[in-house]
Design a protein around this ligand. Sequence first.
Ligand SMILES: *Cc1c(COP(=O)(O)O)cnc(C)c1O
Length: 938
Amino acid sequence: MTGTPFTDRHIGPDAGELDRILALVGASSLDDLARQVVPSGILDTPEDNGLDILPPAISEHEVLAELAALAGENTVATSMIGLGYYDTLTPPVLIRNIIENPAWYTAYTPYQPEISQGRLEALLNFQTMVSDLTGMEVANASMLDESTAAAEAMTLLRRAGKSKSPRFLVDADLFPQTAAVIATRARPLGIEIVTADLTAGLPDGEFFGVLAQTPTATGRVIDSAALIEAAHERGALVAVGADLLAMTLITPPGELGADVCFGTTQRFGVPMGFGGPHAGYLAVHSKHARQLPGRLVGVSKDADGNLAYRLSLQTREQHIRREKATSNICTAQVLLAILAAMYASYHGGDGLRAIARRVHGHAETIASALGDKVVHAKYFDTVLAHVPGQAESVVAAARTRGVNLRLVDTDHVSIACDEATTDAHVALVLEAFGATATETVPAGVINRTSDFLTHPAFNRYRTETAMMRYLRTLADKDIALDRSMIPLGSCTMKLNAAAEMEAITWPTIARLHPFAPADQVTGMRKIIATLEEWLVAITGYDRVSLQPNAGSQGEYAGLLAIREYHRSRGDDNRTVCLIPSSAHGTNAASAVMAGMRVVVVACRENGDVDVDDLRAKIAANAAELSAIMITYPSTHGVFEHEIGDICAAVHDAGGQVYVDGANLNALVGVARPGRFGGDVSHLNLHKTFCIPHGGGGPGVGPIGVREHLAPFLPGHPLADELPGELTISAAPYGSASILPITYAYIRMMGAEGLRQATLTAIASANYIAARLREHFPVLYTGEGDRVAHECIIDLRPLTKSSGVTVDDVAKRLADYGFHAPTMSFPVAGTLMIEPTESENLDEIDAFCDAMISIRAEISKVESGDWSVDDNPLRGAPHTAECLVGEWDHGYDRMVAVYPNGLPSAGGRAKVWPSVRRIDGAFGDRNLVCSCPPIEAFA
Ligand SMILES: *Cc1c(COP(=O)(O)O)cnc(C)c1O
């Protein structure tokens, strides 16, 4: 290897800093610390941790060469397969300023809205775009993909409707992957799917809902009005999947009375990427807004009465409602949603209409030339041709011309046009059919009369200069990892290295269709197979599936595998899922989706699972015990010593052990869940394995399973090599285009680097605990007063003595230039701090100093020097604007905005929050989820 090892770039503390960290913590070496922290029964030695199969570490430039060679084995053909994935021309200004810009991709979910106004505004644009195009009133801030959005539409209709029927009617001409995901979701919930050709009218009987898409999989533009009317007459609610580009020309289902619209925004500038990531969408009328799953950005006001954005209606979410949540979705597709929204802003309504006309025009040229072979008279971009017995030869003829068409069956071929389609492509297609161009006959589908995207957000940024500045202005309002550490416990905000990110925008990866012929994606398949092998080694499981595109989806996939395993053995009654009270909210929500009944296991005073209560709950539910879901190390940030006993107790009772692997950053190279008792785990590649959080997505939530669960791993109807019956995501390998990030990380770190990263993360967390302990109580510790890779500090005693709340401290940290730690999870009134291995000692110390300084501020409130209602904590965060004009506070302006001291005197670089404390309740009472009229800013 040449040059500085990547490990030294990735891991923050250097040898000297590490010595100081270990000295304060009280350990002689990282290995000594490992022995103090990790239970001896599960601790792997560096010689025997399964990582010997990893190739030796290589440098940044070497890994880029290796990935380029692999990607070079892929063939980028002209894609006209369609089925929800279309080539698109991403404006370079958006590639450079969003996808390749850490200010956007390293942010977290906007839990602290005062320092997230930029991405919240971008997401509000996304919601407005979806609402406008679908004719709906409220859209959420993205779904994981189109197929899961359809499945969520199904369960939404069931919650929202009055019908008690378990039957759900689905059109036969749906994308196969969407039909498969819906079928999987329906199974454990007792929903009976009835599939029928809805052009022939509705079949007899009662249904709680009806679902169709337009255009259909084979390209037919359906008569939504007739379908909606017929369904409503039967007392069923209706969800329509709507292609957003088509909606610029066609009257959208929302205007025709549909109850839900769903779909994808992929073709709005988001590369196909062999299947993902892309933002799905879900939209409803106002009366169903509270039923919407996922994140919803809303408008509210700040302490000075100025307009401000934040996440609304969060009480619907799994974090609060757990097993009663509307859905398990947590990480979504924020970065891709922002990209799609900016694509719409850059083109505006007219630009989108022009693109749609061009796409439609190409389809019309093809259809006219094919004449009476064309099956559907009404189409938008996709033409279905009837060529009896010749479909395979037509597809082959196109393939030799570099064009991928879709082989529907032996008699049918479909051709999907998109933004990248040219006259030359159309000519090649016609050649493949042996057809010649004729005069074009219009398909007669253009009938939209309503206007859309009229808001200034979609009309102001049409030049590159304007767009570049808009993106910069928004990014400047936010704290991402490019400005400060983000010590969000359980979220693992570590470095997303530039070398890891490079490959994702290469055309040899970005322009692959997920259903492209296998011989065109050999490089991608190799990356996937190698990554699976490495993750098997790291986790100690036997098999890995990369299909789930978020942690929540991994949980769901893993629990379904457990369910199917029990059922395959005739244990249909094993439906109880034990979940400790400290668990992440997604756990309970996923268990319910998998048809399980949640039984909560208590935790002890010290935060560990109460093993006595566990044994009691096992005994009480012995015959019905399906699984336990346990996070390890725990969400309290502790390596519980009884993990072995816990797993054994569940196994002895015939249950399976699901280890939530979100905290794998404390385990890699040190202990393997597949070896210490787990049957299945999900990992979050967007936590431990360096995929950036993107402001709330994308993510990848692969699952590892032991051999007996392997038959129940996710499958896919359009990927022969994945024969499983359950389909979790729209694409066979989920968010495939971001897998090279994890590949590059593991490849550059090597076995020793990965273990070093884990132990450094643990050392840094213990260092923070040691520094803060005398100022704030550290809530939970394991043996020897140790924490794992994160620590929880308890503010409740201080709230009692001073009135200063955890909220006040979190907001005050913004004045100091820091993003707050995780607030009130897993325990209300606490902060959970996770430094990760990527922060150097200067940054960690600066954070500790800020916390200690805040503690001194709290003392001034305790002592009465500052009043409870008027102090810099309650007033936080402070904007530049609030400094001008009247100042009638009991503390001065300098304290308000430069608590670290002036930057010119060595203080930390100033971050200026763009709004003051936001009134969340006001926004929930006055729900506004699309761009407010410009007068609202006055
Ligand atoms: C982040 C997290 C999850 C959920 O992962 P997503 O990718 O956000 O769906 C589940 N469990 C724990 C402990 C987590 O920290």
